[in-house]
Design a protein around this ligand. Structure first.
Ligand code: A2P
Length: 285
């Protein structure tokens, strides 16, 4: 009998991984049939900057010829902040996706593989100082901002934070909406940054395929001025002197937004060359 015949995916993942990079799942929450989040233990040695990603995954199926198993790893933004003692990840479920088709069956106590080498461009160091910070996200592209929204430096460095999240339907906004609501009662952040720090946040959720208070792609809402009107930004555009941005979504979103921001005169930066905005592709499969 093969492994697939007599074991569920979670049974496979709960087998101890004979690798130094194994971490244990501590919490799992499903939002829709396409989205879930989970938390796991954090390797003691892991230091990262809020907004970075790591490679995570599971052992792949045994090679039919040799019986050997190789790790199946993908890049995942860490959704928890750098100070958190655990790690959080926000993931899509793709039914025929090599990793997420199995990852979606994770249960508390299962093990995942986590390579403790964080990297990424969505970090404060990659931006020049500014006054208003925009986080633009679609779908699971919200994940790095879930980290940065819980990072004290975000509020120390900026007067205002605009977080836009565009999803197909209302249920897909839940993770982000709950996270932002939770900041109001986050004891550590309220103590560290001052009560009411969360008033600096302007949350701008939009949907494209289901009726909601604000409909449309963020790209359209920027181009036709709606987003600026809704947010009370009189200039009707972003200003390279004061506005900074981080973008995380599908390839299409990233390219379209980059063009829009460059149209406002903003320049793309990197860790080695801080500028006005940075871009990263959300994990998709
Ligand atoms: P749409 O429904 O019009 O495709 P997905 O779930 O496929 O990752 O998409 C998440 C959200 O991102 C959807 O609301 C989708 O809108 C939107 N989206 C996809 N591509 C773009 C793009 N190029 N510009 C702006 N929004 C986009």
């Amino acid at each position: 009998m093969t492994i697939q015949d007599n074991m569920t995916d979670s049974a496979i993942t709960s087998k101890p991984v004979a690798l130094p990079d194994a971490q244990t799942v501590t919490e799992v929450q499903h939002y829709t049939d396409r989205l879930f989040r989970f938390r796991c233990t954090r390797p003691q040695s892991l230091r990262f900057r809020s907004g970075e990603f790591v490679m995570i995954g599971l052992m792949g199926d045994p090679d039919p010829r040799t019986g050997k198993q190789k790790p199946l790893l993908r890049a995942y933004s860490i959704a928890s902040p750098s100070w958190d003692e655990e790690l959080e990840f926000y993931s899509i479920k793709v039914q025929d996706g090599p990793l997420t088709s199995r990852l979606q069956h994770l249960k508390v106590g299962d093990q995942i593989i986590l390579r403790p080498k964080p990297v990424g461009t969505l970090v404060h160091d990659a931006l020049l100082p500014g006054k208003r910070l925009w986080f633009f996200s679609t779908g699971t592209g919200f994940a790095p901002f879930a980290s940065l929204l819980r990072e004290p430096q975000t509020y120390e460095d900026y007067d205002e934070i605009v977080i836009t999240h565009t999803c197909r339907d209302v249920a897909e906004l839940t993770y982000g909406a709950e996270l932002i609501e939770g900041l109001k009662t986050d004891e550590l952040l309220n103590e560290l940054i001052g009560e009411g720090f969360w008033k600096k946040i302007r949350y701008y959720p939009t949907t494209t395929r289901e009726e909601s208070p604000k409909m449309g792609r963020i790209t359209t809402l920027l181009k036709d001025g709606t987003a600026f009107r809704d947010l009370g930004i009189e200039a009707g555009r972003m200003d390279p002197a004061t506005d900074r941005a981080m973008i995380c979504g599908s390839m299409g979103l990233n390219l379209d937004l980059k063009e829009i921001l460059e149209g406002y005169g903003l320049e793309e930066g990197a860790n080695s060359d801080p500028q006005h905005f940075v871009v990263e592709k959300a994990f998709v499969g």
